[in-house]
Design a protein around this ligand. Structure first.
Ligand SMILES: Cc1cc2nc3c(=O)[nH]c(=O)nc-3n(C[C@H](O)[C@H](O)[C@H](O)COP(=O)(O)OP(=O)(O)OC[C@H]3O[C@@H](n4cnc5c(N)ncnc54)[C@H](O)[C@@H]3O)c2cc1C
Length: 324
């Protein structure tokens, strides 16, 4: 029976959300093709995740190792190489996280398989695997299909696939693979926690989120006034952090936080996928941008095409008046 294999990522006692998204996509493909879904989880605490993974996978392979940790891609690549060479799955799914980006290219070279990275859709039709990649910062979609290859390796974009719950009871197997732990050029030193200043944007029902369109640090206070009127917290896109206008804990997106407030106000934010991945689950999205073609409008429920510096004070005034 053909297999689809998912390489599982975990960190600090929790499974990476993108791995559950890949597992769920793999389940969907296997239900369609009749393939077997195999999850591979590696590292010191790997067995602790097996039961959860077996809810999606027909088979969970646990490659435990007391010394090799979860944070380096190199040892995991070696383990996966031997598993792929032995099992020859038709498809290997990996999350397009920084771990996945480290892992997938070297793995593809080691097993001599084609690789498509950062895919936003993955399908199998008449035995051929096809994917869509969003390129040039979301301006163009490229479609690729693979034929006449034993194994294809694909990384899936973080947040693009939904992790649907599943209630299978797959088999769990501990496997005996040799771990090569000697990677003198790279060693895991530890995690560096972001110092918290007491703001948790993930807990607020309303976020007033500012982007580069706010123009300068001085203008943040206009957004703060709106946030105060709405009982909201101020969040932001990455350039606002890079410019030092707000602290890093307020960043939404791929390298920031994922938020799902009841109301998300995107103010002067273009809608790069790295930002949208962190906020598209919001219940209602209102975008204010002077460019009517900004991608943020594709996912906004309401849009205002105008200058934020003009709209915000007026909006704040009206909200304050309405609230009496
Ligand atoms: C690996 C990686 C990770 C990343 N992670 C993140 C992340 O976690 N979060 C994140 O946000 N980004 C992230 N980025 C950056 C991302 O690619 C974008 O560059 C960023 O999201 C753009 O932010 P922005 O929309 O504020 O700025 P811009 O893209 O510059 O958009 C500014 C918008 O403001 C509008 N505007 C300008 N002036 C006005 C005005 N006066 N009134 C109204 N509208 C106005 C413009 O029309 C434009 O649409 C990441 C990038 C990489 C490569």
């Amino acid at each position: 029976m053909a297999e689809i294999l998912v390489a599982i990522e975990h960190r600090k006692q929790s499974l990476a959300e993108v791995s559950l998204q890949m597992l769920s996509k793999g389940r969907q493909l296997c239900d369609q093709t009749g393939d077997e879904l195999v999850a591979v989880v590696m590292g010191r605490v790997a067995s602790g995740y097996a039961e959860r993974l077996a809810r999606w996978a027909d088979r969970v392979l646990v490659a435990r190792n007391d010394k090799a940790g979860e944070s380096l891609a190199e040892p995991c690549q070696k383990v996966l190489t031997s598993i792929i060479k032995e099992r020859k799955p038709r498809l290997v799914l990996i999350g397009h996280s920084s771990f996945g980006m480290d892992l997938a290219p070297a793995l593809a070279v080691a097993v001599n398989a084609p690789l498509a990275t950062d895919c936003i859709s993955i399908g199998i039709e008449n035995g051929a695997i096809s994917v869509t990649r969003s390129i040039y910062n979301g301006k163009v979609n490229a479609q690729l299909s693979f034929t006449q290859v034993d194994t294809v390796i694909i990384t899936g974009r973080v947040g693009e696939f939904t992790a649907e719950e599943c209630n299978k009871r797959g088999k769990v197997e501990e496997i005996d693979v040799s771990w090569d732990e000697a990677f003198p050029y790279k060693q895991f030193q530890g995690y560096i926690e972001q110092p918290s200043r007491g703001v948790d944007i993930t807990q607020s029902d309303i976020l007033v989120s500012v982007g580069r369109g706010i123009k300068e640090k001085e203008n943040i206070k206009i957004a703060e006034s709106l946030a105060e009127a709405l009982g909201a917290v101020v969040a932001c896109s990455r350039p606002v952090i890079d410019n030092g206008w707000l602290s890093a804990e307020r960043q939404v997106g791929l390298s920031g936080k994922t938020v799902k407030p009841k109301l998300y106000m995107a103010i002067g934010i273009s809608g790069a996928f790295q930002h949208m991945v962190g906020m598209k689950g919001s219940r209602m999205i209102v975008a204010i941008n002077k460019d009517s073609r900004a991608p943020i409008f594709d996912i906004a429920d309401y849009g205002i095409v105008d200058d934020v510096l003009k709209v915000l004070p007026e909006l704040t005034k009206q909200i304050v008046e309405l609230k009496g």
